[in-house]
Design a binder for this molecule. Structure first.
Ligand SMILES: [Mn+2]
Length: 240
């Protein structure tokens, strides 16, 4: 969409993952996190998005939290984390731990009504709505505002089921086709389903898949000329 007010936006690259479901420090999924951070560094991405269920539950041990924060702090770029249905933002959530709060480049989406995180140095704005209860009544894109015409890339993060026909297969966390179409975003980073899959192409919306199920992450290129390109990138050491 040409916008006469805006300058051409600079090309950006995002590593998008979700659903690591980390449970214990001994998990193979911890190796996946290490591989993801290595890939983000070698691919020189501008930011990392974790679209829900980084942790399998909120009662994980401190050693796992320390490991995760230590890995994420290796990233030279911002990381944006959306609490999903497993690691939802209830009182006592894993994300209330001091190590998360004290990390300036680790951004946890914390507003149950949705919030926009502006990263002006990257010229990217990210909207997301955290899951804040175990009640399964959150509609992950409901109430998403139209993006402000500020010349930035506009990304949304949502953790739930994309529903493009009725009746839906599942009865919770619905993300409707209309919400995606009307979102005004350049890219929607989805989480909750295990496999890498594109569900919409205008705008572009993909599930990254769970690294332990798909062995991969999504690499997203935001490019004015080529458009939004998403590729599945296999992780080193993962089974295919
Ligand atoms: Mn989930």
């Amino acid at each position: 969409m040409p916008d006469s007010r805006a300058q051409r936006r600079r090309k950006r690259r995002i590593l998008h993952t979700s659903d690591l479901h980390l449970d214990r420090i001994e998990d193979k999924a911890c190796d996946s996190l290490t591989a993801i951070v290595n890939l983000a560094i070698s691919e020189r991405v501008d930011m990392v998005i974790i679209a829900g269920d980084l942790f399998d539950h909120n009662r994980v041990e401190n050693d796992l939290v320390s490991f995760v924060v230590k890995q994420l702090r290796r990233l030279p770029v911002p990381v944006v984390i959306l609490p999903g249905n497993h690691d939802c933002l209830v009182p006592g959530s894993v994300y209330e731990q001091a190590e998360f709060r004290d990390s300036v480049d680790i951004h946890v989406i914390g507003a149950p009504q949705g919030e926009t995180l502006d990263l002006p140095e990257l010229e990217v704005s990210i909207w997301g709505k955290c899951i804040d209860s175990y009640d399964a009544d959150v509609l992950p894109l409901e109430g998403i505002p139209q993006p402000q015409g500020n010349g930035r890339w506009h990304v949304a993060i949502a953790h739930g089921y994309y529903v493009d026909k009725e009746p839906p297969l599942f009865y919770s966390y619905h993300i409707s086709h209309k919400e995606v179409i009307d979102s005004g975003r350049d890219y929607i980073a989805l989480g909750h389903l295990p496999m890498f899959r594109g569900v919409c192409f205008e705008p572009v919306a993909y599930y990254s898949g769970s690294p332990s199920m798909s062995g991969s992450v999504a690499l997203v290129e935001l490019d004015e000329e080529a458009g939004v390109q998403v590729t599945q990138c296999m992780l080193e050491g993962e089974l295919t």
